[in-house]
Design a protein around this ligand. Structure first.
Ligand code: IMP
Ligand code: MG
Length: 192
């Protein structure tokens, strides 16, 4: 009898699934509780680093019922590379006033630390009342610029991951899980 072909991962381009949709949901709910413990019922302003943090931001915002304001900053991306190279640049900056406001910076992943350092510096200059940072993933081993986020979803090993907002050459952001991109895909350049 022919055996049914099984696949270990949720997508053929993934080597493995690191976090399932259910695991992400559970952790995002916990992070929501951590945020409520810190901010109480007060208002704060979320600054989301797009595109990567789009899904995480949308989900975490729905875990809190504080009055929140939202703005986004767009930072130049890796392009089709899987390693941070050069210095990130601000492509599109803030549009709302954050002076005297409590600010929560949200990013998908903390890698070398260059992106979050750049955005933190931008925010600090605008004199917020406070600034905290929240990242879904933290690749601690890759840090080049010392930085610790206040809220961390998962600490992960040095693997290139995609899904749940994270991309490779703008693909895979829509996967509901987070998985390790296969070496085969990382090495192919037909999308460039
Ligand atoms: P950093 O400036 O090196 O800390 O890089 C942070 C940015 O790089 C994140 O906002 C992501 O957009 C991107 N990034 C870092 N690691 C990964 C990964 O494993 N998969 C997808 N994007 C990543
Ligand atoms: Mg990003």
């Amino acid at each position: 009898m022919p055996t049914k072909k099984t696949r270990s991962a949720a997508h053929p381009d993934l080597e493995s699934v690191m976090f399932t949709e259910a695991q992400i949901k559970k952790r995002v709910r916990e992070l929501g509780r951590e945020l409520r413990r810190v901010y109480g019922e007060g208002e704060f302003t979320i600054i989301s680093i797009i595109n990567g943090a789009v899904m995480f931001t949308a989900d975490i915002m729905r875990q809190i019922d504080n009055p929140v304001r939202l703005d986004c900053v767009r930072i130049s991306s890796y392009g089709n590379a899987t390693k941070s190279e050069g210095t990130p640049q601000i492509v599109s900056s803030l549009t709302i006033d954050i002076a005297g406001r409590h600010v929560l910076l949200i990013d998908d992943i903390l890698d070398t630390g260059k992106t979050i350092k750049l955005v933190s510096a931008l925010v600090s200059k605008l004199k917020p009342a406070s600034m905290r940072t929240c990242v879904l993933l933290d690749k601690v081993a890759r840090r080049e610029v010392p930085f610790e986020a206040d809220f961390v979803g998962f600490r992960i090993p040095n693997k290139f991951v995609v899904g749940y907002g994270l991309d490779f050459a703008e693909r895979y952001r829509n996967l509901p899980c987070i998985g390790v991109l296969s070496a085969r895909v990382q090495n192919q350049h037909e999308w460039t």
